[in-house]
Structure formats: C-alpha cells, structure tokens
Design a protein around this ligand. Structure first.
Ligand SMILES: [Zn+2]
Length: 285
C-alpha cells in the first residue's frame, strides 16, 4: 500500500479521533471522585453512596421484623436468648427479672427464701401467731423451730438434687408435734426402720391430706385428731443430731395418688416444676 496524501489524511483523522475519545473518557479515578445523588438521600461519591445505601437498606432481622442492619443488630441483641444466672434461659430483660425474683433473701419469719417464698412463709407465720393453735403444748410442724427447707427450696435442690414438696422444721429428737388440722389418720408408716422413710398422713375434713415425715406416732388408721392434738414425736437421725426435723407437706387430692415413679411423699425429681407438683395436688403448706 502506498501512502497517498488521502491515506495519510485518513490515518491522521482516525488516530486523532481515538486520541480525542481517550481524552474525553473520564478516568476511573475521576469517576470515583464524582459526587452523585445517593438512592438513600443526600449526596456523596459512588463509594460513599454505596456504603450509605447499604446502611439504610432495610433487611429482615433474625429476631423478626425488618430494619437497617444497625437496627436489627440492636433488636437481635435484645431478643437473643441467653442463659440466666438463676437457671433456664431468656432474653437479657427476662433474665434480669427472673434473677431478681429468684434471689434469696432473709425471711422475716426466719429462714431464707425467694421474695415470693418469704411472703408465703411470713403470711403463714402471722396466721399461726393469730390463731393461737399452739396452746395445747405440742409444736406445730412448721414452728416455732427454724425452717431449714421450704417448698421447692433452691438450696435443698442444690444439696439433695431433689425438689422438696413441703416444709422442714428443725426440732430436737423427741419434740412433740401438734396437728395443724382436724382430721383422720389414713396412713401410719412411722415405724419404718429408716427415718427418711417414716411418715404419717392425716386427711382433713376438706379432703386435703397432710403428711408428716421423719416422726414416730402411735396413732392408728381411722383415729380422729383435732387441731393442736399431739400426733407424734420427732425421730432422731442416727449420727446427725442436728439434722432431726419434721417434714410437713399438703396434697389436695391425697398423698398416695401423688406417689409414683420417683415422686415420693416428700420429694420429687430434680427437674420437676411447681406446676408438675400442682398437677399432682401438692401445694405449699
Ligand atoms: Zn422435707
């Protein structure tokens, strides 16, 4: 090919044109620096807008609903389930509440318990104080000695790995026990060789049965007792004199019907709840 003036002209035009296009094209750098209108409002470089748009974009939160990533993070944290100090799990807010209500305090009427337990126990102590039912000489199953374990007592659970279905009141071996109710003896197993297994059941006129554990009693099935009558004596704990106590439990439907599996007359499996116990008729004496 020979370089005619026409060819040279054509070559120059093409070369210059390409150069002009190259000059006119914004460099990558220039593009990145250009300020534009962001989708999510305001202005910024493309990079800034991308960041800002991402932050303000609504996403589906793990804990439900939608929100920005920042909002979701905060919300997820609030609804995240954690292990509570006092056992079980819940949101931080729920745990705080639960921990508060399970904290053990000194009860006015003696012993320790949760605020709820103390309230019940204090009310019982007040009632006993005003009913004057200690006048016949015997001690009541829940007084005046120190209560060493309450209904569903946490310390009891910790040391025995069993739930406690009644109230234990410390008393010297031989202490007299007065009936807290009018009723009729339905079971006397107080002659059990193991003090842990010894118990007496009295059915009240309202159908509830009261069980008294770790005692001796000469009453027979069918015997009627009145409030304040002596129903037995606290038995001794071989080798552990400080441990003798009377256990008192109350079951709305009858003690025998509530005993099955590893549920006894005074104790339940460690994982039993108050609701489980209530279904079997147990209540806090
Ligand atoms: Zn007990």
């Amino acid at each position: 090919m020979s370089l005619t003036p026409q060819t040279i002209k054509t070559l120059l035009v093409v070369t210059f044109g390409a150069f002009a296009v190259w000059i006119a094209a914004p460099g990558e750098n220039a593009l990145a620096q250009r300020v534009v209108q962001c989708h999510s409002g305001g202005q910024g470089t493309i990079e800034e807008c991308r960041e800002r748009d991402a932050q303000s974009r609504n996403v589906r939160c793990r804990s439900g609903g939608t929100g920005t990533i920042e909002e979701c993070r905060a919300r997820d944290a609030r609804t995240r389930t954690v292990r509570c100090h006092s056992g079980g799990s819940g949101t931080i807010e729920e745990c705080r509440e639960r921990d508060r209500s399970s904290r053990r305090v000194e009860c006015r009427s003696g012993g320790r318990g949760t605020i709820e337990e103390c309230r019940e126990r204090d009310a019982q102590a007040r009632q006993r104080g005003s009913s004057g039912s200690t006048d016949s000489g015997g001690v009541l199953p829940a007084g005046p000695g120190r209560i060493s374990a309450g209904y569903f007592d946490r310390d009891y659970l910790r040391s025995e790995n069993r739930q406690h279905l009644g109230i234990d009141t410390l008393a010297a071996a031989g202490s007299r026990i007065a009936s807290p109710i009018n009723g009729e003896v339905v079971t006397n197993r107080t002659d059990a060789s193991d003090v842990m297994q010894a118990y007496l059941v009295i059915r009240a006129s309202n159908g509830e049965e009261h069980v008294f554990g770790h005692i001796s009693s000469s009453l027979n099935r069918g015997d009627r007792v009145r409030t304040g009558d002596e129903i037995g004596r606290v038995r001794s704990w071989p080798g552990q004199s400080g441990r003798s106590h009377v256990h008192w439990g109350v079951n709305r439907n009858g003690v025998a019907q509530a005993m099955s599996g590893s549920w006894g007359w005074g104790r339940a499996p460690a994982d039993a709840t108050r609701e489980d116990a209530a279904r079997r008729g147990w209540r806090n004496p």
